[in-house]
Design a protein around this ligand. Structure first.
Ligand code: ADP
Ligand code: MG
Length: 551
C-alpha cells in the first residue's frame, strides 16, 4: 500500500484547489512543503522576508481569482506573515498563510519557535485553524480556499505542525475534499435594481464611484456597458482604476475633490466610504448626499452614510442586472448639464495649476516633471505598482490605467513595503506584461532586499525610485554635529547600486533631461532594472509647497 506524507498531501490539495503560486521562506519545519509544491507544479518563489512573501500571495490572489499561498516557518515567520494577513483583510484580497509549527507533542513545553499561531492569526482571518491529522489536510485546504474567495474575499490561515508535515498515512485513508468552484454570483432583488435606477434618474449631480470590488469580480465589461449606456460621470478608487479606462471623457479623476463634494447621488460600486473616500462625510461630501450602494457584503452597506438603495450581490452579476433593466428605459444622463460643465472647468483649472511643475526642467527635479517622462514611457498593458506618500498619490493621478486589475498600491491599509512583493506576484502571474513599480525612497526601504529575489528568479520588473531623501521629503544638507532628524534618509542614496549588486541593472538620474533615456534603457534590458531619480528634497504636490520643510 502506498504511503503519503503531510507535506505532499498539502501540496496536492493546494494544487487541486487551483492554487498556482506559493511565496515563502523555508526553514524548520516547512521545507518539505515547498519541495512538494514544486513537485506537483505549483510555482514556488523563495523570498527574503515573510512580509513581502505574504504581500505577494494576496496580490497573486487578486490577480488570478484563486488565493495565493504564503509559506512561513514557525514563530517569527508567522509573526512576519501577519503583516500580509492584515493587509489582505483590509483590502478584501484572498490568500492562505501556511505556518509551520513545532510538533504537537511539544505543545506548551517551550519548543523551538513555539507560538500561539492560530490565535494571533485569527483576528486577521476569515478562517484560521490548526491541522491536527494528516488525513484531514484536504478538508482544511478546501475550507481555507473557499473562505478566502467566497463572499467578501480575505485571508485564511492553516497551522502545520512538524509531525503533521512529516506524518505518513496510507493513501487510501486520506479524506478527499471537493474542488472549490469559482464563487457563486449572487444577484440583487429586481425591486432594488429598479430603485437604484430611479435614484440615479432623479439625480442632478450623479457620480459613480468604481472600487476594486469591481476589479475583483471581473465586472469591467458590465461597468463599461453601464457607463456608456447611462453616460454617468465616474470616479475610480485608487485600485478601482482601469475597470473604466482612466482616459475616458466621463472620468472625473482630474476634479476628484469637486465631484465628491458636490455630487447629490453617488452610486458606490464595490468601494467603501472609508478614509480614502473621506468617510462620505462633510466637508468633503455633500451633507445631503444620497447613496446607492453595491457590495457583496451586506454588513458593508450603510457604513458611515446610510444607503438609500442597497444592492447586495456580486458586482458583475448586479451591474449585468442594471444593464438589462436599462433596456426598457429611455433615460440617460444628458451631456449638456451644468454638472458636466462644472467638472470640466475644475479639471482644466487643476491641470493649469500643475502645468508649471510638469514643465519645470530644473535639477533636482520634482514629482510632476518625473511623471511626465514616466507616463509617456509606460506601456499601455503594464501592471503599475505604486507606494510612498507623494510618489503614490501623485503617481495615481499621473499614470493612467487603461484596463482592470493593472494597478496595485498601498491600498486600504496604507501599507508601505508592498511594492516588491506585488512586483514579484505581478511578474509571475503576468509574464507577458511589463511590470513597473514606482516607489518613494522610504517605501523601497521596507522590502528592498527582494531585489535579490527578482534577480534570482529572473523577473524583469522595472522599478523607479523617486528619491527625495526622506519620509515625505528630506533636507538639503545633513546637520554637521547633530543626529539626523527622524524623517530624513541618506541624501542621494544609491538604490540603483543595490539592484546592480544582485545582477540587475541600475541607473542614477540627477538631471531630468536624462530620465527618458534611462527609462528606455531599463525597459530594453532583459532583466530587473532600477531607475533611481534624485528629487528635490522639498518637492511637493503644489508649487507653493516648495520649501515647506527646508528650514
Ligand atoms: P476601494 O479601495 O476600491 O474603495 P474597497 O476595498 O474599499 O475598495 O471596497 C471594496 C468593496 O468591494 C468591499 O466592501 C467588498 O466587500 C466589495 N466586494 C468584494 N468582492 C465583491 C464582489 N464580487 N462584488 C461586489 N462587491 C465586492
Ligand atoms: Mg521620500
Amino acid at each position: 500500500m502506498s504511503k503519503i506524507n503531510g507535506a505532499t498531501l498539502m501540496a496536492q490539495s493546494l494544487k487541486q484547489q487551483g492554487v498556482q503560486y506559493m511565496f515563502g521562506i523555508v526553514g524548520f519545519p516547512v521545507g518539505p512543503i515547498a519541495e512538494a509544491a514544486q513537485k506537483v507544479g505549483i510555482r514556488y518563489i523563495g523570498m527574503r522576508n515573510e512580509q513581502s512573501a505574504s504581500y505577494a500571495a494576496q496580490a497573486a490572489g487578486y490577480l488570478t481569482g484563486r488565493p495565493g499561498a504564503c509559506l512561513v516557518v514557525s514563530g517569527p515567520g508567522v509573526v512576519h506573515g501577519l503583516a500580509g494577513l492584515a493587509n489582505a483583510q483590509q483590502n478584501c484580497w484572498p490568500m492562505i498563510l501556511i505556518g509551520g509549527a513545532s510538533a504537537t507533542h511539544q505543545n506548551g513545553m517551550g519548543a523551538f519557535q513555539e507560538e500561539r499561531q492560530v490565535q494571533i492569526a485569527a483576528p486577521f482571518c476569515k478562517f484560521a485553524h490548526a491541522v491536527e491529522h494528516v488525513h484531514r489536510i484536504p478538508f482544511y485546504v478546501e475550507m481555507a480556499v473557499r473562505n478566502s474567495i467566497y463572499g467578501r474575499p480575505g485571508a485564511t490561515y492553516l497551522d502545520m505542525p512538524d509531525d503533521i508535515i512529516l506524518g505518513e498515512i496510507d493513501e487510501e485513508k486520506v479524506h478527499a475534499a471537493a474542488t472549490v468552484a469559482d464563487p457563486p454570483r449572487m444577484q440583487a432583488m429586481q425591486e432594488d435594481v429598479d430603485k437604484a435606477l430611479n435614484a440615479l434618474e432623479s439625480a442632478e449631480r450623479p457620480l459613480v464611484i468604481v472600487g476594486k470590488g469591481m476589479g475583483w469580480s471581473r465586472a469591467e465589461d458590465e461597468v463599461r456597458a453601464f457607463i456608456e449606456r447611462t453616460q454617468l460621470p465616474f470616479l475610480a478608487s485608487p485600485m478601482g482604476k482601469g475597470v473604466m479606462d482612466d482616459s475616458h471623457p466621463l472620468s472625473v479623476g482630474a476634479a476628484r475633490s469637486h465631484a465628491l463634494q458636490e455630487a447629490d447621488v453617488i452610486f458606490l460600486m464595490g468601494a467603501r466610504l472609508n478614509w480614502i473616500m473621506h468617510f462620505g462625510l462633510p466637508p468633503r461630501f455633500n451633507k445631503k448626499v444620497r447613496i446607492v450602494q453595491l457590495d457583496i457584503a451586506p454588513e458593508a452597506i450603510s457604513q458611515n452614510v446610510p444607503a438609500e438603495v442597497a444592492l447586495v450581490g456580486d458586482g458583475k452579476a448586479v451591474v449585468g442586472q442594471l444593464n438589462k433593466a436599462l433596456e426598457s428605459r429611455q433615460w440617460f444622463y444628458p451631456k449638456d448639464t451644468p454638472w458636466h460643465a462644472a467638472i470640466a472647468q475644475k479639471s482644466a483649472a487643476n491641470a493649469k495649476q500643475i502645468q508649471p511643475m510638469i514643465d519645470d526642467n530644473s535639477t533636482p527635479t520634482n514629482y510632476y516633471r518625473a511623471f511626465k517622462d514616466i507616463s509617456a514611457w509606460l506601456p499601455e498593458n503594464a501592471v503599475i505598482i505604486g507606494e510612498g506618500a507623494n510618489t503614490m498619490d501623485i503617481g495615481r493621478t499621473q499614470m493612467p490605467n487603461r484596463n482592470a486589475r493593472l494597478r496595485l498600491d498601498a491600498g486600504s491599509y496604507g501599507t508601505m513595503g508592498i511594492g516588491m512583493g506585488f512586483c514579484v506576484a505581478a511578474a509571475v502571474v503576468h509574464p507577458d506584461r511589463p511590470i513597473v513599480s514606482v516607489s518613494g525612497d522610504s517605501a523601497i526601504g521596507f522590502s528592498g532586499m527582494e531585489m535579490e529575489t527578482v534577480c534570482r528568479h529572473r523577473l524583469p520588473v522595472k522599478i523607479v525610485v523617486l528619491n527625495n531623501g526622506g519620509i515625505g521629503g528630506g533636507i538639503a544638507e545633513f546637520p554637521k554635529n547633530e543626529p539626523p532628524p527622524p524623517r530624513v534618509l541618506t541624501i542621494g542614496a544609491r538604490y540603483d547600486k543595490m539592484m546592480e549588486a544582485f545582477g540587475g541593472k541600475g541607473f542614477y538620474i540627477e538631471d531630468p533631461k536624462d530620465l527618458r533615456a534611462a527609462l528606455d534603457a531599463a525597459m530594453a534590458f532583459d532583466g530587473p532594472a532600477l531607475v533611481n531619480v534624485r528629487l528635490h528634497h522639498a518637492a511637493g504636490r503644489k508649487p507653493q509647497q516648495f520649501g515647506w520643510h527646508t528650514s
